[in-house]
Design a protein around this ligand. Structure first.
Ligand SMILES: [Zn+2]
Length: 293
């Protein structure tokens, strides 16, 4: 039984789908009302929303490691904000957290369509995702074990995930992606309403997901500046396979760099926010996992 769910938007202040969905739901709260649990919806980083920036001092969506949350010496805007949010929505790791489930709304400049990024795994989270995949067959699920584990906003609650939708530039609102994200949230709320009523779900126990394998950085010079861009044949090919010998980067010199290695699916291709993190795309394997029903 879940009692309280939180929908968070504006964790990255330049990802407007989540920012404006939260504004919409604050104006029309009845859209989120369900019979047997409460939904809280909030902006997580007001200052970065105001400045239409990803963050002020550091990435808020990497600021929820347990050790950082208990480190009083951390003084950045987001480190302090993470502690406040953890008091409101967590505390992380608690048996009696203030919310049971967090869904954090993001957008990406990569052509990922409607996707879910899972790092906070639980039986209930998977069950909810399986339901969403049934309702939205185009939905893709990416199990992330990327640059930093357990530091996402949704990690404050025992269950949850992030929604990523794209491609959309930073600071831009697109109606089609807005509507897709909104519809997915209503399916999620409907799922919990049915789950709380003890409904038996009959969907397939096997779920196809993309399992993170590794990160690929751009070719860079000795100063760390990139010396290539994503190759035009790889651009926008999110959730498609790359095999040895296929073009991956185009050097400033005009030379094509080909991928060498095991065949993997490419995800988050050319995400604007990841230039500074040092990766051009993620590589994943397609796997089937079994869900407890
Ligand atoms: Zn984001």
């Amino acid at each position: 039984m879940i009692k309280k769910l939180a929908i968070t938007g504006g964790t990255h202040g330049n990802e407007l789908t989540g920012v404006y969905l939260v504004k919409k739901w604050k104006r029309y709260p009845e859209l989120l009302k369900r019979r047997n649990f409460k939904t809280l919806c909030l902006h997580t980083n007001e200052q970065s929303i105001k400045e239409v920036r990803r963050y002020i001092d550091q990435d808020l969506n990497r600021s929820f490691k347990s050790r950082d949350l208990s480190d009083e010496s951390l003084e950045t805007h987001e480190a302090k904000l993470a502690k406040k949010l953890n008091a409101l929505l967590g505390p992380k790791g608690s048996d009696t957290p203030n919310v049971d489930f967090i869904v954090d709304l993001h957008t990406t400049t990569a052509n990922m369509g409607l996707s879910i990024v899972v790092s906070n795994e639980s039986a209930l989270t998977w069950k909810a995702i399986a339901y969403l995949c049934q309702m939205e067959p185009a939905l893709k699920v990416y199990r992330w074990q990327g640059d930093e584990e357990g530091a996402f906003v949704d990690s404050m609650a025992p269950h949850g995930f992030a929604i990523e939708v794209g491609a959309v530039p930073q600071g831009v609102l697109r109606a089609d992606l807005f509507l897709q994200t909104e519809a997915l949230i209503y399916h999620l709320l409907d799922f919990f309403e049915k789950f709380n009523e003890g409904e038996h779900f009959t969907y397939d126990k096997r779920l196809e997901i993309y399992d993170h394998q590794k990160l690929v950085d751009y070719p860079r010079d000795s100063e760390g500046d990139i010396t290539a861009m994503v190759h035009e044949k790889r651009q926008d090919k999110d959730f498609t396979l790359i095999t040895s010998g296929e073009p991956i980067f185009l050097m400033l010199s005009g030379e094509t760099v080909c991928y060498e290695g095991e065949p993997y699916y490419t995800i988050f291709i050319n995400e604007a926010a990841y230039y500074e993190k040092g990766f051009a795309m993620c590589l994943a394997k397609k796997v089937q996992i079994e869900i407890e029903i």
